[in-house]
Design a protein around this ligand. Sequence first.
Ligand SMILES: [Mg+2]
Length: 413
Amino acid sequence: MTRRVGRAFLLNHVSLRQLDDAQIHLSAPSANSSVEPDEETPTASAPQVVLVRKVIHVDMDAFYASVEQRDNPSLRGKPVVVGGLPEQRGVVATASYEAREFGVHSAMPSRTAFKKCPHAVFLRPRFEVYRAVSEQIREIFDRYSELVEPLSLDEAYLDVTVNKKSMPSATLVAREIRAAILQETGLTASAGVSINKFLAKTASGINKPDGLYLIAPDRAESFVEALPIEKFHGIGAVTAEKMRSLGIHNGGELRSWSESDLIKKFGKAGSYYYQIARARDDRAVVSNRVRKSVGAEESFAEDLNDSESMHKALVEIAETVARRLEKAGAAGRTLTLKVKYGDYQQITRSRTVTWSICKIDDILNIATDLLSVTEVSTRSVRLLGITLSNLDEDDDSSDAGGVVQLTLDLAGR
Ligand SMILES: [Mg+2]
């Protein structure tokens, strides 16, 4: 029995628990727009010509805050904000869902978070605990795939095209992983399942928290077409604002732009935007990293004199660094902030942590902390830069990735 599942179904954020990703095995081109809802034998009847990758993005829900609520029951059901304390110059690393209801979100200055939600419990991060949980979930991921690419302590891509349990359904793999995480850590994770990193990552945000979402290949384009621009993974708040000012509000409108025009407006990132507007993303899930450092800097037409404009600049730079880190599949343990004052004197401040930094909120949090130990409150600033070094490098796998896997997959069937 096949059941027609229209685009409206997918876009209405209905749970896909009953659905499966039979469509991820691209069957004959003549296949109609249907999904096999048969979860026990997901691939029993579908033609098994695998033409596409199966990628899962797993993302822990409000990770740092959830760990705090798990370890301290009195915090459960309460707004919890982990990050800089309001009286310091830090930013929010993670806000619990209760705090998000008051408009508190990651990368927001803690002072602003306090104004929005004064009764929230503000906590400094306990990275050693988060790192231990992160290792637990990594160990769960490793049970399913050789190709695990962590993006941060609480997020990873898995290529499960070929997986260690020979499970044909990526959705089923995602479901098992979520169940194992809950059972073994007491925490919930959300997962997105699709044919590439961009779609999997976008999907994982849709049924958050504690959700699972599949974007099947034959719906990828229509899904992207209707997606609001700010929901695109890889398009940050600053870029989204710029796009809206250019009349781009969703994937369909983004798609109407030529690649050269996008590059003209957005630099090299324009090529990526051109691809994702077409639901394409060729980046392989890679577990090895090679670069020595990844960074970005910005010099200002006019010197910056106030903390607000410096914060705004740092957000933009952190966004670029996060994007470059992800593109490189890298994460670093040392963050270096570079400040050039109005008189051209240049200084750097660095911090090395025991975990891997790659997310914008972590980058911003540390960079903001480092900025507070410079003389920016009394001196003007001509340039700011952020570099991540001491990058994670795994030498235990080749980067041939998906190509090899697809060959094996085809040969194995
Ligand atoms: Mg998360």
